[in-house]
Design a protein around this ligand. Structure first.
Ligand code: HGY
Ligand code: MN
Ligand code: MN
Length: 411
């Protein structure tokens, strides 16, 4: 392929600029469908327009920048994407790096006058994080047909808002039907968000699979009582029972030989007063494993523990399933291409599993899919200290450029 290279400064500057949206009191929270998310969406839409792409929005708010001739009888497009919504107090690379690198690659090919056989689509999917509205990876899940659009629009957020109303409010309730374009392939470039590449000093991850994700909300009902007068044997302490669950899931994941991970990320007590024994505890459990049977065994073990705890502590316990995504294997052909291209660039590369969920997990349901990782310093992510050095960012985008050029010229 004639020598084409990305505009490195433009990519790095856009990352910084997008990273400045959604910042308040020194914290970056571009939570799905918030004003901050709108701010980020408006900036990316502008850059897609500046690049001369045909900007489309679908009914769940997925944002697409199209390049090339799209027609029903023509070749299916190659999708390149990720997300720009973030967790609370987030870093600036998670998702944004993938969307902006996708835009950079397509803009570079367009500016070089390349007219690949296949059209190209830059995608920024709605609500990948699932922090405000479960499930996570929602926009790509709807796009892939795994979640009905009407059901998604009716989802109630952790703040009591209705997803569809918020989408209207920020002006991103688009006309296109989710799935309106059938992808020939989907590629997602992302920071690893884990410690593997950084610890091993490897520049590129050729991601061949992604672990399963199980999210549930647990509600424990106890009895409010005086923290001073109530004898320990008479207490029905929902807070103490919640603490035992947190300990249980952590110890099980920590057990020798375990390949599971687990955490309780959100918890609320009622009445939440220093001198009142909690009458209620509501919290979330996030369990993950690359092997579905092992994730299932973890879920069953937790269910058994909750039953026993309820009897022992005299509390009521109920659970609500929020998400269960099975592990996903990516397309070996694309993974091999990623490896080969990285080596051509003189980059160190290794195959690996993704510990985090990604839109690629959903797109793999409808087309050949794979991911490219670049290192996360000290493996930190979902944290403002998230960092990837510029040379690594550029290396990943260069691999993406060559991969997309190959995929876009496939028969
Ligand atoms: O939860 C995840 O792994 C992703 O960041 N949504
Ligand atoms: Mn992400
Ligand atoms: Mn994330």
């Amino acid at each position: 392929m004639k020598h084409i290279s990305i505009n490195e400064e433009r990519l790095l500057e856009r990352l910084q600029e997008l990273g400045r949206t959604g910042c308040e009191d020194g914290k970056r929270s571009r939570v799905a469908l918030s004003d901050a998310d709108k701010q980020g969406r408006d900036v990316v839409t502008q850059w897609m327009n500046d690049a001369g792409l045909d900007v489309r929005v679908d009914r769940i708010g997925n944002l697409f920048g199209l390049y090339g001739e799209l027609s029903p009888e023509g070749p299916d497009p190659v999708f390149i994407g990720s997300h720009i919504d973030s967790v609370i107090d987030a870093g600036m690379y998670d998702g944004c790096y993938g969307v902006l690198s996708a835009l950079e690659v397509v803009q570079t090919l367009k500016e070089a006058g390349c007219a690949p056989k296949r059209p190209l689509v830059v995608a920024a999917f709605t609500n990948e994080e699932g922090v405000r509205y479960a499930p996570d990876m929602m926009g790509s899940l709807v796009y892939a047909g795994g979640f009905g659009i009407d059901e998604a629009l009716a989802v109630i957020g952790t703040d009591g808002s209705v997803l569809g109303e918020e989408l209207e409010r920020i002006g991103y309730a688009g006309p296109e039907e989710p799935g309106f374009l059938k992808p020939h392939a989907y590629v997602e470039l992302h920071v690893e968000q884990g410690p593997v590449l950084d610890a091993e000093g490897i520049q590129i991850g050729a991601v061949e699979n992604l672990q399963g994700i199980s999210w549930q909300r647990v509600t424990i009902g106890g009895v409010a009582n005086h923290a001073g007068t109530t004898p320990m044997r008479m207490r029905k302490d929902a807070g103490r029972a919640a603490a035992e669950v947190i300990r249980f899931v952590g110890d099980r994941a920590d057990a020798p030989g375990s390949t599971s991970v687990a955490t309780v990320g959100c918890i609320e007590f009622e009445p939440n007063a220093i001198n009142v024994i909690p009458s209620r505890a509501v919290f979330t459990v996030d369990l993950r494993n690359p092997d579905d049977a092992k994730m299932y065994a973890d879920e069953e073990a937790l269910a058994g523990f909750l039953e026993e705890l309820s009897r022992e502590r005299g509390v009521t316990i109920s659970t609500e399933r929020l998400v269960r995504f099975e592990p996903v294997a990516f397309d070996q052909g694309i993974v091999a291409k990623i490896e080969a291209i990285a080596k051509e660039h003189g980059l160190s590369v290794r195959r690996m599993t993704s510990g985090a969920g990604h839109d690629a997990q959903m797109m793999a349901r409808i087309c050949p899919t794979a991911m490219i990782f670049v290192p996360s310093k000290d493996g930190i992510s979902h944290n403002p200290a998230e960092f990837t050095p510029a040379p690594d960012l550029i290396a990943g985008a260069r691999v993406l450029l060559d991969l997309i050029h190959q995929l876009a010229d496939e028969e």
